[in-house]
Design a protein around this ligand. Structure first.
Ligand SMILES: Nc1nc2c(c(=O)[nH]1)N[C@H]1C(S)=C(S)[C@@H](COP(=O)(O)O)O[C@H]1N2
Ligand SMILES: [Mo]
Length: 526
């Protein structure tokens, strides 16, 4: 007798948990559909995800970037959905006893989603709350109906009436909710896809003009081929990606505008993509580096960029650098997804090839790398300069405004630190006795690399062979043949830049202004 009741209770609990999950799925599916109509970025999963990225303390974020790399966003979204699923099951069980409380619980999640959506930096309208609100209303209704199916018309269950519920009603309602959710989700996805179709078409329609100022050809002596050494130019598909965007913004280039305005701007500019195509274009090889790059890390790459000189546009707008009496010392770039990055106006206008880039390695910018337009400033870490999906440039001061990463304790100004990396042999490799090629890259953008030295164990520093310098804005490849002797050895590299400064041995974390220290690799020669 008791066994029967327990079994019935168990089944009912399982069904209630399933009902909670179905309610959550319905909420999300309806929310996705509404978001597709309102603004895809206002979807609760993206809004809550974006808000948690922003609220994550810098060290944790840095750790996530390090450990999950480009998968950091997938990990985050999986985490959010897991937490949501747990709450959904709990609300399902609650609804078994207290139907109305369960439904209110679902609505509470809608309020959280709506708050997150309205709080996003790129949110410009109250309608961003609609996906979460309408989605959670749908979810609450689903839970209410399913719970009624499980408990019968009364609000509380009497444990000794295991059959006081409407099996058919429950199954019908559950199936209907599942089918409707799937339909809403598919419809929502379709709408978003058709909209991003405009962006895709606008990118496909771009033909990059021949730049008036082409990049010098890459001499074969600057790009030697040593097995295990990276190619001089990093292919787009291998280029590292670091950003906070949960979905890659897909901007329609034909509708894109860039505003240049702010302090000291005498004639504000509003530029179209066509304006940039019609401008004088430069083509340059520039090595980009992320401030989150660990010693020995992979967040560094070299591409051939085509773009418009940013300093030229600033001059057209009437901007003068601080050293010539200009009123603005900080240039804040803002992207379509609300990211802000601040670079020193002095650096942007000091004659270096700072640009608004529209081409990367012969193609229009890939969406992941900022289509239609991004900034690139040689010598500065990405987070203070390389704004992707840029749509606004505001001249201001460092005193008046802290951009996104600076609000999170990263340095205001961040020139790239002199660094070198051993690419081959790999850590814990087991090369054979004999000549082993040690090779890698070294960079000190806009200063240039003059010397790379390698040390085996505690031996003397040996000068590595430096490939020819392409420009000071690109990395330099290096190699050193080593007569490897049996045993375990530590290989260490350090570089010296053209200012004469030797790469510091002092270990620093990536926060606040970039990692420092020497890169070492341990190998066992057999
Ligand atoms: N809109 C936007 N631009 C951005 C970022 C971002 O999060 N959002 N990240 C910056 C950082 S930290 C770096 S290192 C570079 C990376 O550029 P990549 O992804 O093309 O390699 O983009 C910069 N531009
Ligand atoms: Mo970065």
């Amino acid at each position: 007798m008791g066994v029967t009741i327990n079994r019935a209770t168990l089944i009912r609990g399982t069904l209630a948990g399933t009902g909670g999950l179905l309610a959550a799925i319905s909420s999300l599916a309806v929310a996705e559909l509404v978001a597709a109509l309102v603004r895809p970025e206002s979807s609760p999963v993206l809004a809550v995800g974006g808000a948690s990225i922003d609220l994550t303390p810098a060290p944790v974020k840095d750790w996530a970037i390090r450990n999950f790399g480009t998968h950091d966003k997938l990990v985050l979204q999986t985490g959010i959905l897991t937490v949501l699923a747990l709450f959904a099951v709990a609300l399902g069980l609650l609804a078994l006893r207290r139907r109305r409380a369960g439904a209110l619980g679902v609505l509470a999640f809608g309020v959280i989603g709506a708050a997150a959506a309205l709080g996003r930096p790129d949110s410009a309208s109250w309608t961003d709350a609609l996906p979460s609100i309408i989605g959670s209303l749908a979810g609450a209704a689903v839970l209410y109906v399913l719970a009624r199916g499980l408990t019968g018309p009364r609000d509380a269950v009497t444990p000794d009436e295991p059959d006081g519920w409407d099996r058919r009603g429950f199954l019908l309602a559950a199936s209907a909710a599942a089918v409707a959710s799937a339909g809403a989700a598919v419809l929502g996805r379709g709408l978003v896809a058709s909209r991003s179709g405009d962006a895709v078409a606008s990118r496909a329609a771009v033909t990059l003009p021949t730049p008036g100022s082409p990049a010098p050809a890459i001499d074969s002596r600057a790009a030697p081929r040593v097995p295990g050494m990276p190619p001089f130019t990093t292919p787009n598909k291998d280029f590292y990606r670091v950003d906070t965007a949960l979905v890659v913004p897909r901007v329609d280039a034909t509708a894109w505008r860039l505003r240049i305005h702010g302090r000291g701007v005498t004639s504000p500019l509003s530029l179209t993509f066509q304006d940039l195509l019609d401008s004088e274009l430069i083509e340059r090889d520039i090595t980009l580096t992320c401030v989150s790059n660990e010693v020995g890390g992979r967040y560094v790459g070299t591409a051939r960029w085509i773009g418009v000189r940013l300093a030229e546009l600033l001059r057209q707008a009437g901007v003068r650098p601080p050293s010539r009496g200009g009123q603005a010392d900080q240039l804040v770039a803002r992207s379509v997804d609300g990211m802000t990055l601040g670079a020193p106006v002095e650096d942007v206008m000091d004659g270096r090839d700072a640009m608004l880039a529209i081409g990367m390695n012969g193609d229009p910018l890939p969406f992941e790398h900022g289509f239609p337009v991004r900034m690139v400033v040689p010598g500065l870490y990405g987070y203070v300069s390389a704004c992707k999906w840029i749509e606004d440039v505001e001249l201001t001061t460092f005193d008046a405004y802290d951009p996104y990463w600076v609000k999170r304790k990263w340095a205001r100004e961040a020139p790239i630190k002199t660094q070198s990396r051993i690419d081959t042999p790999k850590p814990f490799a087991r090369p054979k006795v004999g000549t082993v090629m040690i090779a890698g890259v070294a960079w000190a953008q806009h200063r240039g690399i003059d010397l790379v030295e390698v040390r085996v164990d505690d031996g003397p520093w040996q000068r590595a062979h430096l490939a020819a310098e392409h420009t000071t804005d690109t990395w330099r490849l290096w190699s050193l043949p080593w007569r490897a002797t049996p045993g375990t050895h530590t290989l260490t590299v350090r570089a010296t830049d053209r200012t004469g400064e030797i790469q510091t041995e002092r270990r620093a974390r990536t926060i606040p202004d970039g990692a420092s220290g020497w890169h070492s690799v341990v190998v066992t020669v057999t």
